[in-house]
Design a protein around this ligand. Structure first.
Ligand code: AMP
Ligand code: MG
Length: 487
């Protein structure tokens, strides 16, 4: 049922102008007793929506009522999951439509946990509250960290329970994304569509995300290169803050270059390239230190999927695609090194900077130093006595070298510190903080802990007094922490 409201929706459905194989029309399955538990006022306002009218729209955020102009669909896609190719699709999500903001941006409005779709396979199409709150919290924290990401507009509880190992309260998350086009969408087109379908999808993606490429001589090779560049930049940003995505399957790699699919993701405390949190990633395929290479693997699957469009001559297409893929690690290294220089307050470039950076990381690994707090300490020039790293002679030698390096640039100490503060978050959503906030909300219906944490994380570069309680070293950092997909 659609009702006219003053919520400010301006919905279009451009994705549905693609061939029918790319989606299925589907209605969200109504829920019993929806209640809004999280609402993102700032995001609603930013999107030109009427926050005060929307705030209590539990019927809307649950899918019980459609927004004006909404025409819900589930999107079809495929993907390599842990290396194995399979047909997927939105099994528990529906796209309500694309909202056009007053300043002309187009964003997908999607409900996650809204019931079964033709792509649900054995699943119930539902989500439980804990994982939806987790996605809300971490995606908004990523936004605060200035990392491209989908956003979270609201969470509703459904008044129903979902059966997992035990029964959990059901919930639905409203996600906002630049689009939900994935590498897996192209793999789907390549495997289940004709060349014409693939081309229509590519043209759609170029129009929506890379319109500046439209008139290029070979816009599809330009498209491949730009997607590669965006992902290289994104993954470098993850590495720089210690974010571990956890499921870098090709269906979770976006064409727009946004972080998407917050399942088992988590932030690393102790610096260790082998860090894995996801319970199902038993071989560490998506470990922290593997993320850049896996990004390259995923992008190779993207290149394969659109190869047909690049050149009619298969050898020529392959040659061009290979060249673009080879550029990926080079781009990644550049983005990472640029970011690391900023983390150390370096404005200019010296040949030996890489060595200086790697020496620090080696020492951090050796002394099991907390990643975030090492850089926080360097930024503040205050060294936590509880961190072994700072007692080590080798660190003291490194510090002297770094100070000498800083002295060779003309910027003032204040300027250097400003640069470091803007690039080293004072706080991150630490695992124990996230768990505590979710636990309070789910078990005691108390959202104040989560709201307070979200507020602190909205500007992690503020170095404010209110953030200090979140900046202490985590308790028992060595205790193995496990995350789950939340399916
Ligand atoms: P994800 O792990 O969220 O990337 O999901 C992988 C695939 O499983 C996607 O096709 C999802 O739509 C589907 N899926 C995950 N959870 C459910 C569920 N509860 N019911 C139906 N499909 C699901
Ligand atoms: Mg996914």
């Amino acid at each position: 049922m659609t009702v006219t409201t003053n919520e400010g929706w301006n919905l279009d459905n451009s994705y549905q102008r693609l061939p029918g194989l790319f989606y299925s029309r589907v209605q969200p399955t109504p829920v019993e007793d929806p209640e809004v538990v999280m609402f993102n006022q700032a995001l609603a306002t930013e999107l030109g929506l009427d926050a005060s009218n929307l705030e209590k729209s539990a019927d809307l955020f649950s899918g019980n009522r459609l927004p004006e102009g909404g025409l819900p669909i589930a999107q079809a896609y495929a993907g390599h999951q842990f290396g194995h190719f399979t047909m997927l699709g939105d099994g528990r999500a529906v796209l309500l439509g694309e909202h056009i903001t007053p300043d002309g941006r187009r964003v997908d409005i999607q409900l996650k946990g809204s019931g079964r779709t033709p792509y649900s396979r054995g699943g119930d199409g539902r989500s439980s509250l804990g994982p939806m709150l987790r996605e809300y919290l971490i995606s908004e924290a990523m936004y605060g960290l200035k990392i491209p990401t989908n956003r979270s507009l609201a969470v509703v509880t459904t008044g129903e329970s979902v059966e997992r190992e035990v029964a959990f309260p059901g919930a639905i998350l409203t996600r906002v994304a630049n689009s939900h086009l994935r590498v897996g969408t192209f793999q789907y087109a390549r495997n289940w569509g004709e060349k014409e379908d693939l081309q229509k999808l590519a043209d759609y993606a170029i129009d929506r995300h890379y319109p500046e490429l439209k008139n290029d001589d070979n816009k599809y090779i330009s498209f491949l290169k730009e997607v590669i560049r965006k992902q290289a930049g994104l993954i470098a940003k993850w590495q720089l803050v210690g974010f571990i995505h956890g499921v870098m399957n090709t269906d979770n790699v976006t064409i727009s270059g946004e972080t998407i699919d917050y399942g088992p993701c988590a932030f690393m405390d102790t610096y260790d390239k082998r860090t894995v949190f996801s319970s199902i990633d038993v071989r560490g395929r998506y470990a922290y230190g593997n993320q850049p290479d896996i990004g390259g693997w995923d992008l190779s699957r993207f290149a394969e999927a659109i190869l047909l469009l690049i050149d009619d001559d298969e050898d020529k297409a392959l040659e061009a695609a290979k060249e673009a893929i080879q550029e990926y690690l080079h781009l990644y290294d550049q983005y990472w090194l640029t970011g690391m220089r900023k983390k150390l307050g370096l404005f200019d470039e010296e040949e030996a900077d890489g060595e200086l950076i790697h020496r620090l990381l080696d020492l951090m690994e050796q002394h099991q130093a907390d990643y975030t707090n090492t850089f926080r300490s360097l930024t503040l020039d205050q060294f936590d006595k509880k961190m072994r790293l700072f007692q080590a002679n080798a660190f003291k030698q490194w510090y002297e070298k770094w100070q000498a390096r800083l002295a060779r640039q003309s910027e003032t100490t204040e300027q250097t510190q400003q640069l470091m503060m803007a690039n080293n978050p004072s706080i991150i959503p630490r695992n124990y903080l996230v768990e505590e906030a979710i636990e309070k909300a789910v078990s005691e219906n108390d959202y104040s802990v989560m709201e307070k944490l979200l507020a602190a994380l909205s500007n992690p570069y503020a170095y404010s007094e209110e953030q200090e309680e979140y900046a202490v070293l985590p308790p028992k950092p060595d205790e193995p922490y496990q995350t789950f997909c939340g399916t």
